[in-house]
Ligand binder design. Structure first.
Ligand code: BJW
Length: 259
């Protein structure tokens, strides 16, 4: 596996909630994925928000407080280091690394990840629910707790919404384009995602179509496990540092080997 990473020209990493699990951020479909009695499908929709914005904002307020108390873990750190420089600059692994995350917690950003696409937006950004012209572009708000509650659009004083992608909503076209482009890679890693939410779940198929070597990192089997070339069972915070160590070891051995 480490040899594959060292030989690759383009590496793409798709991450999901599991990559932040060791930081203390609850996953969506794990044992602590329920908030009160609600599943994400009950709250992460525009219908739910239209019906009861206070309830949906309460859920986001609770999650923002949780994430604010969390820090990037070893998995975020390795991914950030891999992304830090491009092939041409002789990066930590000699590939162009692109990171596609479904997570809205911004822990990849806080770890310093470059070339990052946040497919589902950010929990720290808001936009105008009424789509007033100035409030259509997301603005950042890191206040915990939120005040007023529910938050208002600073431009038209109407209701604000979290600038995240809910079920039934389209991802930003530019993000989808970047993700499809990134799927044309040599090695594709799917890390900490149940691989059931589309379009992100389709990217591993896209990568395979391009001939990528595909790897899953997850303690459990998922919808992608039977599709990938290799499924590595374990926490991302353990497996990624181990892969990084092996890659460094292999790279060192190559440098020492006489021509
Ligand atoms: C560890 C670990 C450790 C634990 N280390 N791992 C094609 C087919 C079927 C359906 C559709 C389709 N195309 C579109 C759809 C509909 C829908 C969809 O996919 N539904 C499925 C549920 C069936 N998709 C959409 O609606 C998307 N929009 C769209 O396609 O627009 C076009 C369109 C419009 C209108 C009609 C039709 C098409 C939008 C999807 C947006 C998803 N949004 C959410 C909420 C974001 C905001 C927020 O956070 O509040 O995104 S839902 C939620 O699920 C969140 C996540 O990003 C996403 C994925 O979850 P993830 O990350 O995989 O988490 P979990 O909890 O599921 O898994 C965690 C994993 O970690 C587990 O496997 C653990 O084992 C593992 N783990 N510890 C490594 N230490």
């Amino acid at each position: 596996m480490a040899a594959r990473l060292l030989a690759a020209r383009r590496v793409t990493i798709l991450t999901g909630a599991g990559v932040s699990a060791a930081s203390g951020v609850p996953t969506f479909r794990g044992p602590d994925g329920l908030w009160r009695q609600y599943r994400p499908e009950d709250l992460a929709t525009s219908t739910a928000f239209a019906r009861n914005p206070e309830l949906v904002w309460e859920w986001y307020g609770w999650r923002r407080a949780k994430v604010a108390a969390c820090h990037p873990n070893a998995a975020h750190t390795v991914i950030a280091a891999w992304s830090a420089s491009e092939a041409a600059e002789g990066g930590r692994i000699p590939a162009d690394v692109m990171v596609l995350t479904q997570n809205v917690d911004d822990l990849h950003l806080r770890a310093g990840t470059r070339r990052l696409v946040r497919l589902h937006g950010s929990i720290w950004e808001m936009s105008c629910w009424g789509r007033c012209s100035a409030g259509a572009s997301p603005w950042r708000d890191e206040n915990v707790p939120l005040s007023p509650m529910p938050p208002r659009c600073p431009h038209c004083r109407g209701l604000a919404r979290p600038a995240v992608v809910w079920f039934g909503e389209s991802l930003r076209a530019a993000d989808v384009e970047s993700a499809i482009d990134a799927a044309a890679c040599d090695v594709f890693l799917t890390v900490g995602t149940s691989a059931i939410v589309y379009p992100a779940a389709g990217l591993v198929h896209e990568a395979r179509r391009h001939g990528a070597f595909t790897v899953e990192i997850n303690p459990d089997d998922t919808a992608a496990s039977t599709i990938v070339d290799v499924a590595l069972h374990g926490g991302a915070e353990q497996i990624l540092p181990e892969l990084d160590r092996l890659a460094k070891q292999d790279a060192g051995a190559r440098l020492r080997r006489p021509e």
